[in-house]
Design a protein around this ligand. Structure first.
Ligand code: TRP
Length: 449
């Protein structure tokens, strides 16, 4: 805590911050979870519920993190302690722990995308994609690619906010958008694209009344927007007061939703045009790492090109997310121990890499971690942040969010902050109560074998 505030790193450009935060949000959650959840939970009805929750929970909570982070000019532990006192600071440790936990298993899945991308180039996709996935998704191979992905992540974070995170995001995110759009256009030309769209989006509007659909959409919104563990808070701590935060949050949420929606427009036509629907229902991960590769395999040489682009898009989305997760832990170690960025990133990266060996050896453990994080830890973290920003630190957060906001967004802030105080905590608490039983049951059955 000896470093002067003036020496804190900053994002050099507004676009740099926007793309870094969008990069954190856009990731495997958009391409792996969203399309699957939508088709399982009422198609267009789920999309509708998801959009509502993005507006009602997502944007206010992202603003809570932005406000606290830019105000505190520290990573979660430091900002909460500085602005709220020791007790709140202790809660910051929860966020850092959750960040490390997510990164540990997320990097394993990211490692799969790296592997599949390289396979497309060098050996082609395996003829029996289910067997192949079973062989490489856990074990020594999975550990190796997890380690490689973590190493790449550390390399970017070590360089710093401006030269590492910002530069990588400015380069990778536009490329990701471009390639994803190209893939979605290609998918539209497939023979049975229409069937895919229908399965993805066929509205089953009675599902809007199903509490489980709301629960699934809420936890997806948290995960996809990187909320509930101080990720957005940490990035905002590298901002000066000229960024229009309400506008930024809206743009990021919109971008994140668009990518998720378009990912569905890509994945479903592929699956239905190649008659692979059975592989999808087998597991959530199935759609991405079993059904889609087997479609590429049956396409011959063109499949290798398209398949490479597909897994490149996934890997780009993943690495802009892993750097944000590692940055939370790294920045906290720097703040708390006065460590250099280099030391902090290496240390944090090593601990998380070791932690990730468990999910890399056991896909059930990976699934369990994902469930605990998505259905419990992020929601609890979001509740804490909403109460902190909306009640404990109401005045300063309001003032912080007004600074840099255009008159239009200053006016919108009035009701956004009302929602943050009165609506967000109630909804999140209800969802949390609903989720708890299922999460506890999953933990029990995991340990019961
Ligand atoms: N949002 C990312 C995705 O959808 C994952 C992610 C990055 C994340 N940082 C996070 C999730 C922080 C929760 C919290 O893939």
């Amino acid at each position: 805590m000896t470093a002067a505030t003036g020496s804190r790193e900053v994002f050099a450009t507004r676009a740099g911050f926007l793309l870094a935060a969008a990069g954190s949000a856009v990731g495997l959650g958009n391409m792996w979870r969203f399309p699957y959840l939508a088709s399982e939970n009422g198609g267009a009805a789920f999309v509708l519920v998801y959009v509502v929750l993005t507006l009602v929970l997502g944007i206010p909570l992202m603003l809570a993190e932005f406000g606290v982070g830019r105000r505190g000019q520290r990573a979660p532990i430091g900002s909460l302690r500085k602005l709220g006192g020791r007790g709140w600071g202790a809660l910051g440790y929860l966020f850092v722990g959750v960040g490390g936990l997510i990164l540990a298993y997320y990097s394993v899945i990211a490692g799969w995308t790296l592997r599949y991308g390289l396979e497309a180039v060098f050996v082609g996709f395996a003829p029996s994609s289910a067997d192949h996935f079973a062989a490489v998704s856990s074990g020594v191979d999975a550990v190796a690619f997890h380690v490689a992905f973590m190493a790449a992540t550390v390399l970017i974070v070590v360089v710093g906010v401006k030269g590492g995170i910002e530069r990588a995001s400015l380069l990778m995110m536009p490329l990701l958008f471009l390639l994803l759009a190209a893939l979605a256009l290609w998918a539209a030309t497939l023979e049975d694209a229409g069937t895919g769209y229908v399965v993805y989006l066929k509205p089953r509007f009675e599902q809007v009344l199903n509490p489980d659909v709301w629960r699934a959409a809420a936890s997806q919104a948290f995960f996809s927007l990187s909320l509930g563990m101080g990720g957005m808070l940490t990035y905002a701590s590298y901002l000066k007061r000229d960024q229009n935060l309400p506008e930024s949050a809206t743009a990021i949420a919109f971008t994140d939703f668009s990518v998720a929606f378009i990912a569905g427009l890509l994945v479903f036509p592929v699956i239905y045009s190649f008659g692979l629907q059975d592989a999808v229902s087998a597991s959530t991960i199935g759609a991405l790492f079993i059904a889609v590769p087997s479609a590429f395999e049956s396409m011959g040489p063109l499949g290798r090109v398209v398949g490479f682009v597909f897994f490149l898009v996934l890997a780009l989305g993943a690495i802009t997310s892993t750097i944000s997760l590692l940055e939370v832990v790294t920045a906290s170690v720097m703040d708390e121990f006065g460590a250099s960025r280099r030391k902090a990133a290496l240390w944090a990266g090593t601990v998380v890499t070791l932690l990730g060996v468990v999910p890399a050896l056991d896909t059930d453990a990976l699934g369990l971690l994902d469930k605990i994080v998505g259905e419990f830890l992020l929601l609890a973290g979001g509740l804490i942040l909403a109460l902190f920003a909306g009640w404990r630190l109401r005045g300063p957060v309001r003032e912080e969010l007004l600074a840099g906001a255009s008159p239009f967004w200053q006016r919108q802030l009035r009701w956004i902050l009302m929602v943050l105080r009165f609506v967000v905590p109630v909804i999140v608490a209800i969802v949390l109560v609903f989720s708890l039983g299922g999460t506890a049951a999953a933990v029990r059955s995991f340990f019961a074998g």
